[in-house]
Design a protein around this ligand. Structure first.
Ligand SMILES: N[C@@H](CCC(=O)N[C@@H](CS)C(=O)NCC(=O)O)C(=O)O
Length: 219
């Protein structure tokens, strides 16, 4: 049985799962969520009325939430790259960093993007300022941490880096790191050079024109 990922290549949370799949060369099928296959989206909504993706379907099981999909893959489709450490104490740190990137980098970054694609009358400048403040706080915390680290949780590439890669990739487009956070900028470059993420970024290139704030050519 091959697991099926309901996904879109430009989605940051889908890229997070794609990194995990590519790291371990895991066999899977894709149901692309786009206008060319409306049935795929109908199936997603039927199985997951909150309408968020990615979603993994494995036989009769459906698994939601990118982090949990990666946990599931490690249990049921394990490969040579262990993205969640066996050691429970080390795993706590990895999961803490995973939550950090989702909640304090990806969430405010999405807030800025969603605001930009709304009609003018529904825009929320106060919420956007809050999101920018949150990103500055997150970048600052991460800067101190990444000065002494290669990957988010130490010397090994983990679930935390799967979360970090797309969240920092897009956050830097929405709220640039500039020259204030050199250790975070260097970490973002290391993530971009990782073959699993480089592949996900390349697959998403045709969709860059849909990024409402303009997609820089540098990445
Ligand atoms: N907490 C979810 C977030 C997933 C999420 O926000 N996905 C976006 C795409 S990157 C989405 O489903 N957007 C469509 C929508 O909000 O209707 C996870 O970790 O998987």
């Amino acid at each position: 049985m091959t697991p099926v990922l309901y996904s879109h290549p430009f989605s940051s949370y889908c890229q997070k799962v794609l990194i995990a799949l590519y790291e371990n060369d895991t066999e899977f099928e894709t149901r692309m969520l786009g206008p060319e296959d409306p049935e795929a989206y109908e199936e997603l909504v039927d199985l997951w009325p909150v309408k968020k993706f990615p979603m993994l379907k494995d036989g009769s099981e459906t698994i939601h939430e990118a982090s949990i999909i990666i946990e599931y893959l490690q249990i049921h489709y394990s490969g040579p790259v262990q993205l969640i450490p066996q050691d429970p104490a080390a795993a706590v740190e990895v999961r803490m960093l995973d939550r950090f990137f989702d909640n304090y980098v990806s969430t405010p970054q999405q807030k800025i993007v969603f605001n930009a694609i709304r009609n003018e009358e529904n825009r929320d400048p106060y919420g956007v300022q809050e999101a920018r403040d949150m990103l500055d706080a997150a970048y600052g915390w991460l800067e101190a941490r990444m000065k002494a680290r290669e990957w988010a949780a130490g010397n090994t590439f983990t679930l935390a880096d799967c979360a970090a890669a797309p969240s920092l990739f897009y956050a830097d487009w929405s709220h640039p790191l500039g020259d204030r956070f050199p250790a975070v900028t260097a970490y973002r470059s290391r993530l971009l050079a990782r073959p699993s993420f480089a592949r996900a970024v390349d697959e998403a290139r045709p969709f860059r024109k849909y990024f409402p704030l303009g997609a820089p050519d540098r990445d």
